[in-house]
Design a protein around this ligand. Structure first.
Ligand code: PLP
Length: 356
């Protein structure tokens, strides 16, 4: 348990809801642990901070975020590791990003030190819910939303911040068929694409549904103006191995800066790989596909870590990629990250936070 003085109360569940975790049938984000963290922003400060049993919310129908979308979230994971230890992967990065998202959406950031304490305490309390198998993890979902009971359009004065946790199996299992989207846009320049804002997801669902009707499981988003440059893959950052270089679109205000993206770039550079963060045009990717120079393409993000792409569709034509088994970089990084997150290799980059 945490020993230093906590700034929030803990109300423990009287009897755990856990009756054996059926690890083999665990899906993503469907089961929630015994406890959650809650805090309210009222009169200009964060208050009512506590851990309580997981339970439903009671909200006024006029609650502002429902109408005007001031709602942001994060996603991070904890893993069961060596010698039964539990490790969070780079929580400080998610805490910092949530602050960036909050500022963009005109919301008050939640205090970073209390945020980290809340994560540690929740994981410690609900340790029995940790799945143990490789590929599985505890998915942690912090989120915040405007709670004014008011239909006028303005930034909410009051907010709620929460953290819930969900033991999860692995996310995507098979390589995916993706389509380069040249009509719809995920994020426009100057918009909210670099914030983890709920509305960004809402806007991506209709284009994803249309693509699914054509047989594509995911979209590769392109720039909102001319649809000439590659941006992201679904809700993940996109990486490719072209010739012998690891290439990824450079950050901008239309790209969400993934913690996984950053981690992989750091590790690749440490391994001595050639790495390029730059503008990647659709034309270049199609040419590389035609000339057999595109050896690997994969999405990177917390939920799936690496989501292999085996087919890329562009303007009605499907291009097949080399077999997943032949992909040197992504297979190697995938194994390394799994070992890293479980404390089986040296914590060279200081990414792990161990739970007491
Ligand atoms: C969350 C997210 C990512 C991946 O970020 P991670 O920190 O690696 O999980 C990438 N793109 C979008 C649009 C996202 O919302």
């Amino acid at each position: 348990m945490i020993t230093e003085q906590l700034q929030f109360e803990i109300e423990k569940i009287s009897q755990s809801r856990l009756h054996g975790l059926e690890e083999d049938s665990l899906q993503f984000g469907k089961v929630f642990t015994d406890h959650m963290f809650v805090a309210d922003f009222i009169d200009g400060q964060w208050t009512n901070m506590k851990i309580t049993p997981y339970k439903d919310l009671v909200l006024s129908p006029a609650t502002s975020f429902i109408h005007y979308g001031q709602s942001i979230f994060e996603g991070l994971k904890a893993h069961y590791g060596k010698d039964g230890d539990v490790f969070m992967f780079r929580p400080q990065a998610n805490i910092a990003r949530m602050k960036t998202s909050a500022i963009r959406m005109c919301m008050p950031p939640f205090p970073e030190d209390i945020f980290l304490d809340a994560l540690k305490t929740l994981l410690s309390l609900d340790k029995a819910w940790m799945p143990k198998k490789d590929g599985s993890s505890m998915y942690i979902r912090p989120f915040m939303f405007g709670t004014d009971e008011f239909l006028g359009v303005k930034a909410s004065d009051n907010y709620r911040f929460m953290i819930i946790m969900s033991p999860s199996g692995s996310y995507y299992k098979n390589p995916v068929k993706v389509k380069i989207e040249t009509h719809f846009t995920r994020a426009a320049s100057g918009g909210t694409g670099s914030a983890k804002a709920a509305g960004n997801y809402a806007g991506s669902m209709y284009p994803a549904k249309l693509a699914a009707e054509e047989g594509y499981q995911q979209l590769i988003w392109t720039d909102g103006k001319y649809h000439r440059n590659i941006e992201e893959s679904g809700t993940m950052n996109l990486m490719m191995v072209i010739d012998d270089v690891l290439v990824t679109p450079k950050l901008s205000n239309t790209i969400l800066e993934g913690v996984t993206r950053n981690s992989i770039l750091n590790i690749a550079r440490d391994w001595g790989w050639k790495v390029e963060e730059r503008t990647v045009s659709v034309e270049e990717v199609v040419e590389a596909l035609e000339n057999g120079k595109l050896h690997e393409a994969f999405g990177v993000g917390t939920a799936a870590t690496i989501a292999q792409i085996n087919t890329i569709g562009y303007e009605g034509k499907d291009y097949e990629l080399p077999a997943v088994a032949d992909r040197e970089f992504s297979n190697k990084i995938s194994t390394y990250l799994e070992d890293y997150k479980r404390g089986r290799v040296e914590d060279k980059f200081n990414y792990l936070v161990k739970i007491d």
